[in-house]
Design a binder for this molecule. Structure first.
Ligand SMILES: [Zn+2]
Length: 247
């Protein structure tokens, strides 16, 4: 079951204060040695992933307003994420899907027009998924292996259709509820409850979601967690397969 309850007090700034304190001491001539190295970027290849991997996911893109700033924030903070794209938005914004791929993100299927798939007959479910699958493969050169049903609404038929098209159904463990008008701080408080292997639900469509990225990345670094890919085999966040330097 996705967790919804907030976990107050679990978000603690990890590095900033000690580093600043040391820098101030150095500047004041109190410390002869260099300040400790700045925290490494939260890429999966930085060698600080001892606690494992978590899956950051952003649904409902690509959007002309938010995809580019979202990608910039992810890149600046060394974060790779899985983006569940809506087919009809991808068709209108092909260059943004290309930008997602270029930025090192994993691109996944979130249906063609975001209906509640459990209300549709099986042939329409198949059309919703297959049309999106074909388009994303055409744009990126790779058919997605992950599918997330809109609203997380699914049943055995929906799951079976996705599997028949070569995709694993992925829901989430942590729901930030970023779509409900939450502040960046509130989104961070939810996101940092994530544990190794788990998946966080966020969206491409809200400025606060983008503003939350640096603090989420900092929290993960402080816990030796790294942003990972979602395994189509297990449905869990794992070390990226295309990342030869991670431990
Ligand atoms: Zn959605």
């Amino acid at each position: 079951m996705p967790r919804h309850a907030p976990a107050p007090g679990r978000f603690a700034p990890a590095f900033r204060r000690p580093v600043l304190a040391m820098a101030a001491a150095v500047a004041a001539g109190l410390v002869a040695v260099a300040a400790p190295a700045a925290p490494a970027a939260a890429t999966s290849g930085d060698g600080h992933c001892e606690a494992g991997y978590v899956g950051l996911t952003y649904d409902d893109g690509p959007t002309p307003e938010y995809t580019e700033p979202l990608l910039s924030a992810l890149r600046e903070n060394g974060v790779r994420a899985t983006l569940f794209n809506i087919g009809e938005k991808a068709e209108k914004n092909r260059e943004l899907v290309e930008a997602e791929k270029e930025a090192g993100m994993w691109i996944a299927n979130h249906s063609w027009s975001h209906p509640n798939l459990t209300k549709l007959p099986e042939d329409e479910i198949r059309s919703q998924l297959a049309r999106t699958q074909d388009l994303l493969e055409e744009i990126t050169g790779t058919a997605p292996t992950l599918f997330r049903p809109p609203f997380g609404s699914t049943d055995a038929t929906v799951k079976g259709v996705a599997e028949g098209l070569g995709m694993t159904q992925i829901i989430w463990d942590v729901d930030t509820r970023d779509w409900s008008g939450k502040s960046a701080e509130e989104i961070v408080e939810e996101a940092v409850t994530v544990q190794s292997g788990e998946i966080i639900l966020m969206h491409d469509g809200y400025p606060a979601t983008i503003e939350a990225i640096p603090a989420i990345a900092e929290n993960l670094r402080g816990r030796d967690l790294c942003p990972g890919m979602i395994s189509p085999t297990t449905g869990k966040a794992v070390k990226p397969a295309d990342d030869p330097v991670s431990p």
